[in-house]
Design a protein around this ligand. Structure first.
Ligand code: SAM
Ligand code: SF4
Ligand code: F3S
Length: 474
């Protein structure tokens, strides 16, 4: 285990606000030459928290002088930033790192690092340490700020495994960042999760809820805006709980208002939790036109019995109430959600309650999952009499139902003009541009002289289930 790493120079400034330890980041001067003439590649899995962490890793690599390349084979350092939320995601990563063995044998000087949520699971760490010797460096989500020192050790030939497991990682401000895009930016407002839904591994891999102090968040928004960002997404596993650990009463609503007052053109936030959603947040969304009328509000199930077993902390009636109030107060708002089918013991009737919920809410899209047991979580110990085949059948029925409403909602926009923030050429067809409307609808469109980062009026000409086609109004 690492003992003698260099603490940031300003470690004396370390303090504790709320429940979290806070640090200011400084990189040791000599590390700035570690990557001279060398290249790196980062492979990111999982949610936006990981995407943002990978931007920090890239920022550190660039500050150390490494240059980014677009494939693992061409890189001197390869980093796998992993996700543990479902078993399939983990198996995918294990498959990919397994396939690197011959490359490592041919090029022992290459460094392979693995971090992220898989690196916070004790059994997984033991498995990788023993069976995946091609991994030179493994570090957990709470060790992100120590990455340059850990990489230095690995480059000096020391196999390094560094995981802080107690789950209350420090909040480190001022870490380098290399953002994927200039015109839109992710801004963390908090880390971790205290909700302990019985199926979910995130509270174990990301630790307790810890909020960043408001001034740092607002400064980051002003900074990205000055550099050309037109949209920010405020990130947290449950943004509505922002500030609770700092003793704030209505922390998220106040933060959202202040974020809107920075004048950034578009604000989104992700993810929300029905349990902590306050009426004042709805009012602020209504008041500020730069808070986008699109809400991702995960529900997981339409059955009160299942919600209880999941420890979600709300009833389906509460969800309907929130949904109705949003639709009433914010005309045109779009709704997306997360749903799990085949939770242990879910009956056909309980699954049908989820379908009823979908019929009522007519979501614009949804992330749907077959329940995946995660070792160490309470649900993994529950009895489960639903076969995998039945679970998959339910998923297919659910997806079809969601697709139907998504298409109907999209069809209702044909002929209207939507304001689209252009992300550049579409990934599927380079002759077409792609971007997202204020309501977070994906729009593929044609037009001339339009650049990534432009906000353009697009007339919608056709609708698919999960995207729209259109032409820029020029
Ligand atoms: N914090 C967010 C919330 O509570 O809504 C979601 C975070 S989680 C990373 C994203 C989604 O993964 C969850 O909303 C849930 O639908 C799904 N998920 C989490 N654990 C799962 C499991 N064990 N099996 C299947 N899906 C799971
Ligand atoms: Fe997981 Fe629940 Fe926390 Fe979301 S709120 S991250 S589903 S424990
Ligand atoms: Fe996966 Fe970790 Fe996010 S488990 S979904 S990367 S918080």
């Amino acid at each position: 285990m690492e003992k003698n790493y260099q603490l940031p120079d300003r470690a004396a400034e370390r303090n504790r606000v709320g429940s979290a330890e806070r640090r200011s980041y400084t990189m040791r001067e000599d590390l700035r030459f570690l990557g001279h003439g060398k290249t790196y590649y980062i492979r990111t899995y999982g949610c936006q928290a990981n995407v943002r962490d990978s931007e920090t890793l890239a920022g550190m690599m660039e500050r150390m002088g490494f240059l980014e390349v677009d494939k693992a084979e061409a890189a001197d350092v390869v980093i796998f930033n992993t996700c543990a939320v479902r078993k399939a995601a983990e198996e995918h990563v294990l498959g990919e790192i397994g396939a690197l063995k011959p490359l490592k044998q041919r090029h022992p000087e290459k460094i392979f690092a693995l971090c992220g949520c898989m690196a916070q699971e004790a059994d997984m760490v033991a498995l990788i340490a023993e069976r995946y010797r091609q991994i030179d460096l493994l570090f957990g989500t709470h060790n992100l700020w120590q990455f340059p020192q850990l990489l230095e050790k690995a480059m000096n030939g020391e196999r390094t495994i560094e995981v802080v497991s107690e789950g209350t990682g420090a909040i480190v401000e001022g870490m380098p960042v290399q953002r994927t895009r200039t015109h839109k930016a992710f801004v963390n407002i908090m880390y971790g999760c205290d909700k302990f839904c019985t199926y979910c591994i995130v509270p174990y891999t990301r630790g307790k809820e810890r909020s960043r102090q408001e001034e740092y968040i607002l400064n980051e928004i002003r900074e990205v805006k000055a550099l050309g960002a037109r949209e920010v997404t405020l990130l947290g596993q449950n943004v509505n709980a922002y500030g609770k650990d700092l003793g704030l009463q209505d922390g998220f609503t106040d933060l959202l208002r202040k974020a809107a007052e920075t004048g950034i053109e578009r604000i989104r936030f992700y993810s929300s939790h029905p349990r902590d959603y306050s009426e004042t947040t709805i009012d602020v969304m209504k008041e500020y036109p730069n808070i986008m009328p699109a809400l991702h509000l995960p529900v997981q199930s339409g059955s009160n019995e299942i919600l209880k077993k999941m420890n979600r902390g709300y009833t389906i009636e509460r969800y309907y109430e929130l949904y109705d109030r949003m639709k009433e107060k914010i005309p045109g708002i779009t709704f997306t959600t997360d749903l799990i089918v085949g939770f242990p013991s879910e009956t056909t009737e309980q699954f049908e309650e989820t379908l009823k919920l979908v019929d009522y809410c007519r979501f614009d899209s949804a992330f749907t999952f077959v329940y995946s047991p995660r070792e160490g979580t309470p649900a993994a110990r529950m009895e489960d009499d639903v076969s995998l085949e039945e679970k998959k059948k339910r998923l297919a029925i659910l997806n079809e139902r969601i697709g139907t409403y998504a298409r109907e909602n999209n069809e209702a926009t044909v002929g209207t003009v939507l304001k689209v923030l252009c992300d550049g050429p579409s990934r599927k067809n380079a002759n077409v541009l792609a971007g997202y409307s204020e309501e977070n609808r994906l729009v593929n469109f044609t037009g001339t002289g339009i650049q990534e980062g432009d906000i353009v009026d697009v007339r919608i000409t056709d609708a698919k289930s999960f995207s729209l086609d259109g032409e820029a109004v020029q």
